[in-house]
Design a protein around this ligand. Structure first.
Ligand SMILES: [Zn+2]
Ligand SMILES: [Zn+2]
Length: 297
């Protein structure tokens, strides 16, 4: 029994609809999947519905962009309450920041005499979490670039002329936000960040797990993170990070996480939730409110 806990849909920068994603999951005989669109949980309800119909277990999720010691870190939040008001408020701020970033990238392109319009990017993205991949696709569809690689190489890659730095919250804030929504916080694809030195401080900040298995991790990379997960008492997760077919063949099905890790993930969500209900020394105000609302000791 296998799962894939890192997947994207059209609700961020993936190309699949929830239904198409779940069809692919069925084709690969996955028993559980998690949806981890960037800075949104909008796709969770329709994906959960499609999973229900296909007899696949659904794990709610999102992928947040954060920063730790100058490194960009992606943090996956699993088993989150997708209706949590604080989470939704923060996510809508991130979405606004993303939309402004797209406008700034387009403004830079225009200054380079590349006549792309922000509205063309938003129309193509057709989601609340637009990003660089959408700008690249819009450049290709307007025939301003021959392909996605050219769009990134000429304009959009870090330090290229239309690149705009991304807003990032601290890793500790991302972990807290995920825990506040009853979720489990996992560092995504640590092998892509080349920043293993941040793992101890993130573990101290409450990180729950490491994405040891990922399409771009070699088996020796996976092995290294399995050892680090063991050393810092972190859960092990894995997923393909499939974005659909935008970069050739879909990668869903190429990473198969044994189901026992899903069980541990769900158990952690239960214990995180139980812990969050305890009066917290860090949030005395909240504790006071609880006491006022409930006169029982
Ligand atoms: Zn990522
Ligand atoms: Zn991802």
């Amino acid at each position: 029994m296998f799962a894939d806990l890192h997947l994207h849909t059209q609700f961020s920068d993936g190309t699949y609809s929830p239904g198409e994603l779940v069809d692919q999951a069925s084709r690969h005989e996955l028993v559980a999947i998690a949806l981890t669109d960037h800075d949104t949980v909008e796709g969770c309800a329709p994906t959960a519905q499609a999973c229900d119909a296909a007899g696949i277990e659904f794990i709610s999720g999102t992928e947040l962009t954060a920063e730790q010691d100058g490194h960009e870190i992606h943090i996956l939040g699993y088993c989150i309450d997708t209706g949590d008001p604080k989470l939704l408020a923060e996510i809508s701020k991130f979405q606004l920041v993303r939309q402004n970033r797209v406008r700034e990238m387009v403004a830079r392109l225009n200054r380079l005499n590349v006549p792309l319009e922000a509205e063309a990017v938003f129309a193509l993205a057709n989601c609340r979490s637009p990003g660089r991949p959408h700008v690249a696709r819009a450049l290709v569809s307007a025939r301003l670039c021959a392909n996605l690689d050219e769009a990134f190489e000429r304009f959009l890659k870090k330090n290229r002329p239309a690149w705009v730095p991304k807003f990032k919250m601290s890793a500790a804030d991302a972990i807290e936000l995920i825990h506040g929504a009853g979720g489990v916080a996992v560092m995504a694809h640590p092998g892509l960040n080349r920043s293993d030195e941040v793992i101890p401080s993130m573990a101290a900040a409450g990180l729950d797990g490491l994405e040891c298995f990922h399409t771009k991790h070699s088996s020796s990379t996976a092995e290294r993170y399995l050892q680090l997960a063991d050393r810092f008492h972190l859960l092990v997760t894995g997923g393909s990070d499939c974005h659909g077919t935008s970069k050739g063949q879909p990668v869903i099905g190429t990473v198969k996480l044994p189901y026992q890790h899903v069980e541990k993930l769900k158990a952690r969500a239960v214990s995180n939730r139980a812990q969050a209900q305890l009066p917290s020394a860090k949030k005395p105000a909240k504790t006071g409110v609880l006491h006022q609302a409930d006169p029982q000791p």
